[in-house]
Design a protein around this ligand. Structure first.
Ligand code: ZN
Length: 649
C-alpha cells in the first residue's frame, strides 16, 4: 500500500521528548505517583486482575454478576499508560508489577489465539456472536495498544506476541474471504490499534484488516442485521434503536455528520484518518475533513467537550450544547485529541491542533482531580446542587454536589486520562525530513531526527500561564531546516525574534515557518499575547445566549461557589468590567486566576411563590467581585456550584 502521504509529517516519539517543568511535568508526576497506582488498586479491588486468572475448567466464578464484558479494556489502558510512563520514567518496581500481570494475560490466551476474560471463561458459546454489542473487538484494540506501548517501553516481546496472535485470530475470522465473517467492531477502536500494530513493525495484513473494517462498516446486507438474525433476534429490536449510535447507519464514505456515541465516533474517525494516512485514500481524507468540520463547527463545547446527551453518551443535533446536563465524557475529549493529531498529519494545519489543545487543557484535564485519584466521567459546564443528572451512571451517592469519583461501574475514563497524560510528549512535535512543527508549548527538551540529522530543541516557558516561549536549537554542525511554530487560533497578536532580532513572518496554515541554516545555540523567542477574552457563543447555541465565557490562552475559566458565593446564575459581568489576571502561586501549585468587578442581580425578598410579577420584586444590583479559575481545576476545593458561561450585564 504505497502512499502519496509518505512525506506527511509524523509525530515525534514520546521517548524523544523530555518534559522537564511546567504544567505537564506536574500532571505527569501526579499521574505516575497517584493515578497509575490508584487505578491498579481499583483493578485489583474490582476483580479485573483476578479475571485474568480464572480457570474455566476448574471454576465457574461465583461473582459472575460483577464481571463485565469490558473488563479487559480497563486493564489494557492501564498497561498502555504504564508503557508510556516507562518510556520516559523507568521504574523497575512498576515494570515488575506489570510483568506479573502480563504473565497472567498470556496464560489466559486460548490455543486459537482468542483472548477475552469474559467470553473466554463465562460465555464461550457467545464468542463472536454479537460484535455489535459485545466489546470483544474493543477489548482487543485496547490490549493491542497496551502491548505496543509496553513493547516500545521495555523491548519485551511476550505481550506483543500474545496480542499479535490475537490479531491473527481476528484476521483469520473476519474479512472478505470465503468462510469469514463480514463483521466489524460495534465499538470502534480496533481499527486504530491495528494500524499501530502495523506501524510497530507488524505485518501489512493488520493495516488491510483495519481498512476492511472501515470499508465494510454500514454496508448492506448489514452485518449487524445478519448477526441478529443468526441469534434469532429481530434486528429492529436493537436496544440503541439506530445504527447511528455506532456509526454504522451507512457506509463510512457516505457519512456527513458526527453522530451517535461520541467515544465510538472519535475512535472510528481516528481509525479512518489512520487508514487514509497509510493508504493515501483521497476519498477517506475528504470524509475525515467533512466529519471534522461538522463536529467542530456545530457540536463542540468551548471546553473541547463533545457528546452532550446522557441517553446515547453522544451527539444529538447541531448547536445542542446544554451546560448543566452536558455529558462531555472525558474519553470523548481524549478520543477527539487522538483524531485531531491524525488530522494534522493528514492535512497539516494548525486548526486541528487548536481543537486538540482546547480539549487537552480543558475537558481532558478536568477528567482527573488535582490530587490524581478521583475522576469525572461527565464534564458539565454548569453545576448546581439540586440536580445530578449523572447520578445513576456514576454511582454518586454523596452530597448534592457533582464531584469526581474514585471509580465507576464502567471505568473507561480513569485509565484513558492516565494514558494520555503519560503520553502527552508525543503530541508536542511532528517532523518531516526538513521541517519541525512545534504544536504545544511547555518546558521540555526534544531530540528530533530530521532526515537522519539529530537536532535538539529546548523550550523554556511558563505557558499556559505566561505568554513567552524561548526555544534553543542544538546542532552538531550548522544545519538547514524549517522551524514551524504554531500560532494558536486564539492568539491575535504575537511577536517573533530569532537570536533576539525581531522578524516578521506571516503564518501559513497556522504556523510561522522560519527557514534558515541553524547554528548551535541559536534561539527563537515567541510571544503569544494572551489577554483574557470574553468568548461569545454562536447565536444558535440557545443555552449560552446573553452569556460569555472567559478564556485566556488555551485555558477556559469558570466561577466556583467557593470563590464567588452561591447562586452563580445571578452573578453578571458588566461589559466594561476590567479583567485582571493574577498569578496565584498558592493555588494548585501556581495558576493564573482572573479577577473582575461583577454584579449580583437578585432579590432577597422572595416569598414562597415560584413566579411573581416584576413589579412585586425588589431586584437589587450589588457589587460582586468575581474570581475565575481554570475550568479543569474545578471541584477540587469545597463542594459547590460552578459555571463556565456567565451572564453579561
Ligand atoms: Zn470514558
Amino acid at each position: 500500500m504505497t502512499s502519496t502521504a509518505k512525506a506527511a509529517p509524523k509525530a515525534v516519539p514520546l521517548d524523544q521528548v523530555d518534559i522537564a517543568g511546567g504544567l505537564w511535568q506536574d500532571r505527569q508526576l501526579v499521574n505516575r505517583e497517584k493515578t497509575i497506582p490508584a487505578i491498579y488498586d481499583q483493578l485489583q479491588k474490582t476483580g479485573r486482575l483476578d479475571a485474568w486468572r480464572m480457570d474455566p475448567n476448574r471454576e465457574r466464578p461465583k461473582k459472575r454478576t460483577v464481571i463485565t464484558m469490558f473488563f479487559d479494556s480497563d486493564t489494557a489502558k492501564w498497561l498502555e499508560a504504564v508503557g508510556y510512563s516507562l518510556q520516559t520514567h523507568p521504574d523497575s518496581a512498576l515494570e515488575k508489577q506489570t510483568d506479573d500481570l502480563i504473565d497472567w494475560i498470556e496464560k489466559a490466551q486460548q490455543a486459537d489465539g482468542y483472548l477475552n476474560t469474559y467470553f473466554g471463561n463465562l460465555e464461550p458459546e457467545n464468542k463472536w456472536r454479537n460484535v455489535r454489542d459485545y466489546h470483544e473487538m474493543y477489548n482487543a484494540g485496547h490490549l493491542i495498544e497496551g502491548a505496543v506501548a509496553y513493547h516500545q517501553a521495555t523491548g519485551k516481546r511476550p505481550i506483543l506476541d500474545t496480542l499479535t496472535r490475537f490479531a491473527d485470530h481476528i484476521e483469520a475470522n473476519f474479512g472478505p474471504r470465503e468462510g469469514q465473517k463480514r463483521g466489524y467492531p460495534g465499538h470502534p477502536e480496533l481499527e486504530l490499534a491495528l494500524v499501530k500494530l502495523y506501524r510497530d513493525g507488524g505485518d501489512e495484513k493488520y493495516l488491510k484488516l483495519a481498512q476492511y473494517f472501515v470499508n465494510e462498516r454500514g454496508q448492506q446486507p448489514h452485518y449487524f442485521d445478519l448477526e441478529s438474525i443468526a441469534r434469532e433476534e429481530d434486528p429492529t429490536d436493537f436496544w440503541a434503536q439506530t445504527y447511528k449510535y455506532c456509526q454504522a447507519h451507512k457506509p463510512v464514505r457516505e457519512q456527513t455528520e458526527a453522530t451517535g456515541h461520541s467515544v465510538r465516533a472519535c475512535y472510528l474517525y481516528a481509525g479512518i484518518a489512520d487508514v487514509a494516512l497509510e493508504t493515501g485514500d483521497a476519498e477517506l481524507v475528504a470524509v475525515s475533513r467533512r466529519l471534522w468540520n461538522d463536529l467542530t463547527s456545530h457540536q463542540l463545547y468551548i471546553t473541547g467537550g463533545l457528546g452532550p446527551a446522557h441517553s446515547n453518551e453522544g451527539f444529538t443535533f447541531a448547536y445542542d450544547l446544554p451546560n448543566e446536563t452536558a455529558y462531555a465524557e472525558t474519553c470523548a475529549a481524549i478520543a477527539l485529541a487522538f483524531w485531531a493529531q491524525r488530522m494534522f498529519h493528514l492535512d497539516p494545519h494548525g486548526r486541528y491542533i487548536d481543537v486538540m489543545e482546547r480539549a487537552l487543557y480543558n475537558n481532558v484535564l478536568s477528567g482527573v482531580s488535582y490530587e490524581g485519584d478521583h475522576f469525572f466521567y461527565a464534564n458539565p459546564l454548569t453545576s448546581y446542587p439540586y440536580v445530578n443528572p449523572f447520578e445513576h451512571f456514576s454511582g454518586i451517592t454523596s452530597n448534592k454536589h457533582y464531584r469526581r469519583e474514585e471509580w465507576f461501574f464502567c471505568p473507561c475514563c480513569p485509565p484513558n486520562v492516565a494514558r494520555i497524560v503519560a503520553s502527552i510528549g508525543s503530541y508536542f512535535y511532528s517532523t518531516t525530513a526538513d521541517r519541525v512543527y512545534v504544536h504545544l508549548y511547555n518546558q521540555n527538551t526534544a531530540s528530533l531526527n530530521l532526515g537522519g540529522t539529530t537536532v535538539t530543541l529546548a523550550q523554556q516557558t511558563h505557558y499556559p500561564w505566561e505568554d513567552t516561549i524561548r526555544l534553543t536549537v542544538g546542532v552538531a554542525q550548522p544545519t538547514a531546516f524549517e522551524l514551524a511554530l504554531r500560532i494558536p487560533g486564539w492568539c491575535h497578536n504575537y511577536t517573533l525574534a530569532v537570536n533576539d532580532t525581531q522578524v516578521s513572518i506571516i503564518p501559513e496554515t497556522g504556523y510561522v515557518v522560519i527557514a534558515r541554516q541553524w547554528t548551535d545555540g541559536d534561539s527563537v523567542t515567541l510571544t503569544l499575547a494572551m489577554p483574557v477574552e470574553r468568548m461569545v457563543p454562536h447565536p444558535d447555541i440557545r443555552h449560552d445566549a446573553g452569556q460569555i465565557a472567559l478564556q485566556r490562552g488555551p485555558i477556559v475559566y469558570c466561577l466556583e461557589e467557593v470563590d464567588n458565593g452561591a447562586r452563580l446564575a445571578n452573578v453578571a459581568l458588566p461589559q466594561d468590567a476590567a479583567l485582571e489576571t493574577r498569578f496565584d502561586a498558592s493555588l494548585f501549585g501556581g495558576v493564573s486566576v482572573i479577577h473582575a468587578e461583577g454584579v449580583r442581580i437578585e432579590s432577597m425578598a422572595w416569598t414562597g411563590d415560584i413566579y411573581l410579577p416584576h413589579s412585586a420584586v425588589n431586584y437589587q444590583r450589588s457589587p460582586a467581585p468575581i474570581t475565575a479559575i481554570p475550568y479543569f481545576l474545578w471541584a477540587n476545593r469545597a463542594p459547590g456550584e460552578m459555571r463556565v458561561w456567565i451572564r453579561e450585564a
